[in-house]
Design a protein around this ligand. Structure first.
Ligand SMILES: C[S@@+](CC[C@H](N)C(=O)[O-])C[C@H]1O[C@@H](n2cnc3c(N)ncnc32)[C@H](O)[C@@H]1O
Length: 381
């Protein structure tokens, strides 16, 4: 199987897979390859917090032109996978001198499949890009074509809890990845002081309570011909029993009352509303609730450095951290690398990530707590 993820989260995904019992784990770029049975396939979809999709590659062949691709695809017995009355969708990615256009590659593949059904039965599966019964992934590297069953359906970042959106919400997979990268263990406070729609807080609370991220959604494999309903029920019931009580603190706050309201609605749908403290608060007037903790920030990026106030905004984040958050660790993700420099603290880690198509830096800042009589100091540059 191949679990796809975002750039920079591969190692976390491999660790998650190891914990699930996967074997032969191999890191790729934006993906992790591994081995497992049907139970592992179902568990991967239900439990992986940093995967976007779980694919099952089932054949590879060389094709030198599009007609050859068509011919090879048509030779596969597609009745193993779907019926003529079902719907299908094809996702294609190409990295090839010959197959330039992924859309055309997808179209040729689809034609080969539906032509096989039409010849046999006079009817053919129709295409439904939004909610198909069967989703196929085509990957072409140079002349090597790999076909994979897409067991997830819609991407796994769609956990099913976020119906209400604020501006620039963060993808759930990235948010979960940042919570995991921060190493937060649930014993100290987790602060999400510019929470927007609350993604960091919700992902953190789900992690702390061991709630499976896929608990509230459906998956592609549930419509497969070899779907094992009894096995799936058993895996879901095991996940339910593995949920644990979380007594730590996650604080989700924002300057905007509307954002806090949306975050709360989303948390309710995720089943973690009671695990999170919601507050309307300006970070620049805030004080920590405990002596130590982890802060996760996804502040506004500002399109350009010159955008009004963006430098001062980042400076002010740094000042607030320095003066009031001794003993805490802050992680800030931003696409504005220049503005990040104005935080004025020396980062102890820098990680390249992508928020959508925006290249970002995730930086870690540690505000050390020195002995009380010397007051509190931060590590400043
Ligand atoms: C990019 S959004 C965060 C998106 C969030 N990670 C999500 O997943 O939806 C930035 C948020 O910072 C909030 N914000 C800006 N200045 C603030 C301040 N001084 N104190 C608290 N929140 C602030 C905005 O209201 C906005 O909701």
């Amino acid at each position: 199987m191949v679990a796809k993820t975002q750039f920079g989260l591969e190692e976390l995904l491999a660790t998650e897979l190891k914990a699930l019992g996967a074997t032969d784990i191999e890191l790729l770029t934006r993906a992790v390859k591994y081995r497992g049975d049907k139970s592992m396939l179902y568990k991967s979809n239900l439990h992986l917090r940093t995967a976007l999709k779980v694919l099952v590659p089932f054949t590879s062949f060389y094709a030198h032109h599009e007609n050859q691709l068509y011919k090879r695809v048509r030779q596969i017995d597609w009745e193993q996978y779907l019926t003529p009355r079902q719907t299908l969708a094809i996702d294609a990615t190409t990295n090839s001198e010959i197959f330039h256009h992924s859309k055309f590659t997808a179209l040729k593949t689809k034609d080969a499949i539906v032509d096989q059904f039409r010849d046999r039965y006079g009817i053919r599966p129709s295409v439904d890009v939004d909610d198909p019964d069967f989703r196929l992934n085509v990957h072409v590297h140079d002349k090597l074509v790999t076909l994979s069953l897409d067991s997830s359906g819609t991407t796994l970042d769609r956990r099913g809890y976020r119906l209400s959106r604020t501006e620039a919400p963060m993808n759930e997979v990235l948010a979960a990845g940042i919570v995991l990268l921060s190493g937060w263990d649930g014993h100290t406070d987790l602060l999400d002081p510019m929470c927007g729609s609350g993604t960091f807080s919700i992902e953190a609370a789900m992690l702390a309570a061991n709630i499976a991220p896929g608990k509230r959604r459906d998956f592609g494999f549930e419509r497969w011909r070899d779907y094992d309903g009894a096995l799936w029920s058993q895996i879901k019931s095991e996940a339910q029993h593995a949920e644990r009580k979380f007594t730590g603190r996650v604080v989700c706050s924002d300057l905007e009352p509307a954002a806090v309201d949306i975050a709360q609605q989303n948390a309710r749908r995720a089943g973690v509303e009671r695990l999170i403290d919601f507050r309307i608060s300006d970070f620049f007037d805030s004080k920590p609730s405990g002596e130590s903790g982890t802060l996760l920030f996804n502040p506004p990026y500002g399109e350009r450095l010159k955008e009004e106030g963006i430098v001062d905004f980042y400076k002010e984040i740094g000042n607030q951290l320095k003066h009031h958050y001794a003993g805490h660790t802050a992680w800030i993700i931003s696409a504005n690398a220049e503005a990040l420099k104005f935080v004025g603290l020396r980062p102890t880690r820098k990680i390249k990530l992508f928020n959508g198509s925006l290249e970002c830096r995730l930086q870690k800042f540690e505000m050390f707590a020195f002995e009380k009589h010397r007051g509190t100091e931060a590590q400043s540059s």
